[in-house]
Design a protein around this ligand. Sequence first.
Ligand SMILES: N[C@@H](CCC(=O)N[C@@H](CS)C(=O)NCC(=O)O)C(=O)O
Length: 208
Amino acid sequence: MSKMTLYGIWLSGPTYKAGLALSLMGQAFAYKHVDLRAGAHKQPEYLAVNRYGQVPALVDGDLKLCQSGSILLYLADKFGKMGGKTAEEKARVREWLFWEFDRLAPNVYRPRAIKRGFMKAEDNVLQLYTGLANDALKVLDASLAKSSFLVGNEATIADVAVYGDVAYAEEGAIDLAPYANVKAWMGRVEKLPGFKKYADLLPQQDAA
Ligand SMILES: N[C@@H](CCC(=O)N[C@@H](CS)C(=O)NCC(=O)O)C(=O)O
């Protein structure tokens, strides 16, 4: 079986989610660096891989996949790992994926993008996102008071997706200290075989 190729940029949270899922599932992958600052994601060659002009994309043979949540579901299905064991668990995994890209991801990524200078915004806009991120973190913390992982007793792609947001919170000056259950769960995710932090997992250039 030839290796899949992940397209992305090492600073991208959604790219990290796809790379982390591959790594936790024990899958080596080739990597193509997409230089967002140079506008590579809007060029015809890349738009042929991802029609939305965003990273990540995953190429598996003739199949070109995009949207990190959808990529995670594809990988779980393909390898029969981390997707939940029962019909109910699979449904709960999907619930977390839809929730996280509605309530958590934008409200963590945007403060981070503002703090890192990738995005400009007035202070009240930053406050709005930060408040919404904290609302989502409260929901997450309450859920993690009841179980070790988000769905069932083992890590699933729901944990990968949510970890791939929360891992960037402090870069966005969102304080995780009030969320003890979230912090303890992050520690459990970080101990999973194959786990790597984003800067260690994603190359800064093409990699075979
Ligand atoms: N919902 C998408 C979001 C992807 C996304 O926002 N990617 C950013 C980088 S982190 C991007 O490509 N931004 C450039 C653009 O949207 O033009 C996913 O999960 O894959």
